[in-house]
Design a protein around this ligand. Structure first.
Ligand code: GLA
Length: 380
């Protein structure tokens, strides 16, 4: 099978009649635990995966940006001097990143490129962060800007928040920028401290795509964020990260029932995520699995961002003897779940869970083992 790298290089060569000067790869991610905690200044434990956006490109002498994606129809072309918003489309992520560089005071150069990715779109695996970080790495490369992963992740997050309009946290951009091969990263979303943690020996991480795609996620996501902010304001703190479970329990009855549930998820999820990192470091797969299961229940019942398909998939996974734990991953409402399993039984797990899930739904699932990879990088 031709690699994505070869595909983008060949397409560039065909379009411009010469080879590209650079190739960049930026990965999607799967989050093992710590969901909807990042915008509460909390903790997350994602890993960058071996599914990514690749771009072959060269600098230009003018201020034009010309990018053709082999995944979407319309080529993207704009002038860095006059970046203008248009209707929502993948092009807006590219423009948004260029805009965020300019806003931050960087003078970036024009470029021309061809891109393609294999992160499924809208599936909870951060295809948009992968696109943003691929573009950030490309602009940084042609403009000779040092690659500081946290700074670049913040810039890409600004593009997503203020250009695209999704008030997402920092997790997706930071793990796509700073991922490490073989490791998940515990991220403290307040300080942006990263603690690389290897996957326990003999385990595999499986992405379980329900075959459903989320709709209207933006409004539901932004609404959850507002509810969390309301809870933080009630406790008189800047973010729910600062509320302990004891403090929460002492006053939870004074909270509106919906806000109470949202806050309970975030506060308990932060605890679970830190415990999961410890369990992972200790190779305690049983405990890690239990925490993942508890996370799913909390997302389903308290944060209310799961879906029937996700619940069926998680239950199907948990029925298999190889499974330590499973949960929905990403923003929710559809897309993917993630399971931690005994690597030796991976083939049987994929086969059986596909069957169990298919027996209960009309959706077409896709299950695949993922490997933790490096973050956004220049390949050549
Ligand atoms: C989306 C957002 C992230 C994070 C997750 C939920 O992926 O982009 O910032 O909030 O949802 O954990």
């Amino acid at each position: 099978m031709t690699s994505l790298k070869d595909i983008v290089v060949n397409a560039y060569q065909a379009q411009y009649g010469e080879p590209p000067q650079f190739v960049v790869r930026a990965p999607g991610r799967v989050n093992l635990i710590g969901e909807h905690t990042d915008y509460n200044d909390g903790f997350v434990l994602p890993m960058a995966i071996n599914r990514a956006v690749w771009i072959a490109f060269s600098p230009r002498d003018d201020s034009q940006v010309a990018v053709r994606s082999l995944d979407f129809d319309d080529p993207v072309q704009f002038d860095l001097q006059h970046i203008q918003k248009a209707e929502p489309s993948p092009a807006e992520y590219i423009k948004g990143v260029a805009w965020a560089f300019c806003e931050a005071g960087f003078r970036i150069k024009g470029l021309q490129g061809v891109l393609k990715g294999d992160v499924p779109i809208g599936a909870g695996l951060s295809s948009s962060a992968a696109l943003e970080l691929a573009m950030a790495r490309a602009f940084a490369t042609v403009s000779e800007i040092d690659w500081d992963a946290s700074k670049m992740a913040l810039l890409a997050q600004k593009a997503e928040n203020d250009w695209v309009g999704m008030k997402s946290g920092i997790m997706d951009q930071l793990i796509s920028a700073a991922g490490q091969a073989g490791h998940a990263l515990l991220i403290d979303c307040r300080t942006l401290d990263l603690t690389p943690t290897p996957l326990p020996n003999g385990t595999a991480v499986v992405v379980l795509d329900t075959g459903t795609r989320r709709g209207l996620v933006e409004s539901a996501y932004n609404e959850r964020r507002e509810q969390c902010e309301a809870a933080a304001a009630f406790f008189g703190v800047s973010a729910l990260r600062d509320v302990t479970l004891e403090q929460f329990k002492a006053r939870e009855n004074e909270l509106d029932p919906i806000i109470r549930k949202r806050a309970r998820h975030v506060i308990t999820e932060n605890e679970r995520t830190c415990q999961a990192k410890d369990a992972m470091s200790a190779g305690d797969t049983k405990r890690l699995g239990e925490l993942m299961i508890a996370s799913h229940i909390s997302l389903r019942d308290d944060f209310e961002v799961s879906s029937d398909a996700l619940n069926i998939m998680v239950e199907s996974a948990q029925q298999h003897p190889a499974c330590y734990g499973a949960r929905m991953t990403g923003a929710g409402f559809g897309g993917c779940a993630v399971a931690l399993i005994d690597a030796a039984q991976a083939d049987d797990f994929v086969q059986q869970v596909t069957q169990t899930y298919t027996n209960q739904t009309d959706n077409t699932p896709a299950l695949y083992v993922c490997h933790p990879t490096a973050g956004a990088e220049v390949i050549h």
